[in-house]
Design a protein around this ligand. Structure first.
Ligand SMILES: [Zn+2]
Ligand SMILES: [Zn+2]
Ligand SMILES: [Zn+2]
Length: 210
């Protein structure tokens, strides 16, 4: 196969052979130091310090639309007691903690390394990318090329912004409803915490500002 010219040159950035984690300084191949925000969760693949598996694997309910996210108020406020924290870490050990490895992001179209992030409304992204593995990363330039190609060649006779498809509209509506439910619950939780004396009104007011 002959090498075709791509729309974005592969980044010439030199990267060291073995990198260190920004969070805890461990090297690639090593386990993160406990509590590092870069560690992935061996149960769900999300961010270990925020994913909620520490609750669900220990038998708690974790659902942001329930009072205190479904947790006992003390756990909601202060986190797990340390013995339960330890128990969760040994569950992670058994499941197989995920060592630090750097897998670079690539533009899915041209292969450019570490494409700069850019902002596109979800609706616009899905309009052009639905059915084309919409989870992948693209460089800005390739996204613009894709837009232009679809707009001029597809014969669909429409450019963004389109009529929003029913699927996208439904997805947006459901997301909005979820966020509203969450906000209402968060407010109720804070008032309840003040009522039972786990937090002061000043603390919850401070949190609301953040
Ligand atoms: Zn780390
Ligand atoms: Zn998880
Ligand atoms: Zn590209």
């Amino acid at each position: 196969m002959t090498a075709k010219k791509t729309c974005c040159k592969t980044s010439a950035k030199k990267r060291p052979a073995v990198q260190r984690c920004y969070g805890c300084q461990c090297r690639e191949g090593e386990l993160h130091k406990q509590g590092c925000d870069m560690e992935r969760c061996p149960f769900c693949g999300g961010q270990l310090i925020s994913c909620g598996c520490c609750y669900t694997t220990l038998g708690y309910t974790h659902d942001h639309t329930l009072p205190f996210s479904g947790l006992p108020p003390e756990v909601y406020t202060n986190g797990l007691p340390s013995e339960e924290d330890d128990k969760f870490m040994s569950l992670c050990d058994m499941q197989g903690r995920i060592p630090y490895i750097v897998l670079p992001n690539l533009c899915a179209r041209c292969g450019k390394l570490w494409p700069d992030m850019f902002h596109v409304e979800d609706e616009e992204w899905l309009f052009y990318m639905s059915g084309h593995n919409e989870e992948q990363a693209l460089c800005r330039r390739c996204f613009n090329v894709i837009k232009r190609l679809i707009d001029t060649r597809s014969g669909l006779g429409k450019t963004y912004p389109p009529r929003v498809t029913e699927t996208v509209a439904k997805r947006n509506r459901e997301h909005e409803e979820y966020l509203t439910k969450m906000r209402v619950q968060l407010h109720a939780d804070q008032q309840e915490l003040v009522r039972v004396g786990l937090k002061t009104a000043e603390e919850t007011a401070e949190e609301a500002v953040r």
